[in-house]
Design a protein around this ligand. Structure first.
Ligand code: K7E
Ligand code: CUA
Length: 654
């Protein structure tokens, strides 16, 4: 039976390809063998969770591997009308910043929490590029539970990257900006070199609960910081940041930031920085940033504006920062599973330099420097170099690892993936991607323990790969089998938004730890209802509070009268279900907001300001039972100042 299904899948793939207009060299033949490798039979689960960044949609998507099936869109930095994220009163504070409510962002990188450099998959972290923030998602509820804003930063791209025990989530600023107080920041852009600074933020993560806090910010020269990786195992205690625009240009960067033959990988000894902090060497700097937390017990977020950070200046405090010359405008910097090798990917370089951590330490020991930047040593390229990968292709961006001694580097310009041996630096295989590949992701790939079975390429351009959908075509991922000597393309699947990075981990790590529902007796929301007998409506001046219960298949109260035009009406809805997979929705005609989708045992609030008289239906949006269509109510709205008495029906005998 199984064989026949595989065959059918193979036929479907062949038919789909027959309709594409294929550019020269495009791979069209997927063998039945490949189809069987990605085939997850009905009722079967995928082997890996894949958490994929949504790029400019500001969300994460949750997919299964190897099937590529989308399981969930998980709202992070962008409002999500599907479930009321950023629309309900409880979730609005999650999107608060020092600029007020910011309902969107650009999320590029995912970091899954690790212990001893292996995925523990307790949390997923994501970065907001535009209005710098870092979010933490709880992987038992698949909910964003914390967002911290990063002050003194612009373009939070070099983020979030974590240390091997998730001691820190680290964020480097892409754009250097004037830092400090309000009046310090109003400076001419042509004073860039004098007044602009880079910053690297070390955000501590509480071991048990995950709570984030900005431990310290490291000042840095006004370069652009692009990506970063922590050292691991032998290089634990260090962090490596790729930099570009070390020319410190502030106009027409395309040309002006590509002048120098080499930029730098900035190596940071964060253990040393910790020593300085412990010795009281940090300076308190006034800033403003929001710190937003979700409370699982009240089902409500709170936002606090924080007012200072600890800043460390490595120009004054020695032995924290070293620069490794790296050709040429490096994008990715990656550390291999052993922690010995640091790979720089110069977007404009013809080789891939591989640096040795051991050699770096030796060079520092011998003070084998070729100069300094504001007193911070620049190491000699040759002294730190393990070797160069020759003729890898064009436009190297990002490297992942299989744990078997091989590295895989994406080549944006030549649209290919190059597999090479980390020790010998020999290129051993290459495959095309369709097209212009960005990040690669191997389950466990950035950790000390990669699962070298699959690799996903996240491509920037798809052209002819899918049915066309108007001017904007689907972004795409491609799944490769990397278990053998040769990489084998298995599957194309479209993605949500623009994926940049993704991380995948074995499903077994979390699939039995999922929250199935919230216990009503543990619900401490101030407006919770513990049963239908508490359902009611209360007026307080022009505010009307509707305490609403939902359970298959009714709302109590349902018919409500005595609401007036201009009232602020708050629906506090508690979903009384105590069972897995039974959300109820709430939608009201004319409400200038999204629906609520309330999980079992949860309470959420929708605010509605009726703008006209009449009778307004409301209903449940989630097909929850055979009588879901009966799950409805009416609201009567009378003119402002009218005498219509407040009245509601709960169906419960008084
Ligand atoms: Cu290369 Cu923003 Cu990580 Cu995209 S970045 S590809
Ligand atoms: Cu509740 Cu449909």
């Amino acid at each position: 039976m199984k064989t026949r299904l595989w065959l059918m899948a193979g036929v479907a793939v062949a038919v789909a390809f027959a309709y594409g207009c294929k550019p020269k060299g495009a791979q069209t033949a997927i063998s039945g063998d490949a189809a069987s490798k990605v085939y997850v039979a009905p009722g079967q689960h995928d082997e890996f969770y894949n958490i994929v960044s949504g790029g400019f949609n500001g969300q994460m998507s949750v997919m299964g591997l190897p099937s590529g099936r989308v399981l969930k869109i998980l709202p992070v930095f962008s409002v999500h009308p599907e479930n009321g994220w950023g629309f309900s009163e409880e979730t609005k504070p999650m999107l608060n910043t020092s600029h007020g409510f910011v309902p969107w962002d650009d999320l590029h990188h995912i970091a899954i929490s690790t212990t001893n450099a292996e995925h523990d998959a307790r949390w997923a972290f994501g970065n907001a590029n535009n209005t710098p923030r870092i979010a933490r998602v709880d992987l038992t509820s698949f909910k964003t539970v914390e967002i911290i804003e990063i002050p003194n930063s612009g373009g939070n791209h070099s983020s979030p990257f974590i240390t091997e025990n998730t001691e820190y989530v680290v964020a480097g600023t892409r754009f250097s900006v004037p830092t400090g107080n309000d009046n310090d920041r109003d400076v001419g852009i042509d004073t860039y070199k004098d007044n602009f600074r880079g910053t690297i933020s070390f955000i501590s993560v509480d071991k048990d609960h995950g709570d984030m806090d900005i431990a310290f910010q490291l000042e840095a020269p006004p370069f652009n910081f692009d990506l970063a990786r922590a050292g691991k195992k032998k290089s634990h205690g260090w962090f490596f940041f790729s930099t570009y625009n070390t020319e410190m240009a502030h106009t027409l960067l395309e040309v002006n930031a590509s002048q120098k033959d080499k930029d730098f990988i900035m190596a940071v000894n964060w253990k040393k920085a910790e020593e300085y902090i412990a010795a009281g060497k940090g300076k308190k700097v006034p800033v403003k940033y929001a710190h937003n937390k979700w409370d699982e017990s009240t089902h409500t977020a709170t936002s606090t504006i924080r007012t200072e950070v600890l800043s460390l200046d490595p120009r004054e405090l020695k032995d924290i920062v070293y620069f490794i010359p790296c050709p040429k405008s490096p994008h990715g910097t990656d550390t291999d599973p052993t922690g010995e090798y640091i790979i720089g990917s110069g977007k404009l370089a013809a080789i891939i330099p591989v640096f040795s951590f051991t050699k770096m330490l030796a060079a520092i020991e011998k003070q084998d420097f070729e100069g300094n930047i504001d007193g911070m040593p620049v190491l000699k390229y040759e002294s730190v170099l393990h070797g160069e990968v020759a003729k890898p292709g064009l436009g190297p961006l990002h490297t992942e690892f299989d744990g078997k001694g091989f590295a895989y580097t994406s080549m944006f310009v030549s649209s290919e993936i190059v597999k090479w041996n980390i020790e010998t630096l020999e290129v051993v295989d290459r495959v095309p991607t369709y097209y212009s590949v960005g990040h690669l992701s191997i389950p466990g790939g950035p950790t000390g323990k990669p699962h070298g079975k699959y690799m996903v390429a996240y491509n920037k351009i798809t052209k002819d790969r899918y049915l066309p959908t108007g001017p904007e075509l689907a972004h795409s991922a491609q799944l490769y089998d990397i278990s053998g000597d040769k990489m084998q393309l298995l599957l194309d699947f479209p993605t949500i938004g623009e994926p940049h990075y993704a991380e995948a981990f074995p499903a077994s790590l979390i699939k039995d730890k999922q929250v199935k529902f919230y216990k009503l007796e543990e619900n401490n929301h101030p407006h919770v209802l513990k049963g239908i007998n508490d359902a009611r409506v209360e007026r307080d001046g022009n505010k009307v509070h509707i305490y609403l219960t939902s359970i298959r298949s009714n709302f109590r109260p349902d018919n409500i009268e005595g609401i007036k035009v201009g009232d602020e009406v708050y629906f506090h809805m508690t979903n009384l279900e105590q069972d897995w997979d039974v959300p109820h929705g709430l939608a009201i005609k004319g409400a200038n907001t999204a629906e609520l989708l309330v999980m079992p045992g949860e309470t959420a609030t929708l605010k509605w300001v009726p703008d006209r008289t009449g009778v307004f239906p409301f209903y449940c949006t989630d097909f929850c039972s055979a009588l879901h269509q009966e799950m409805q109510g009416y609201l009567r709205v009378s003119p402002a100042g009218s005498n219509t008495p407040l009245k509601f029906s709960t169906g419960i005998a008084e």
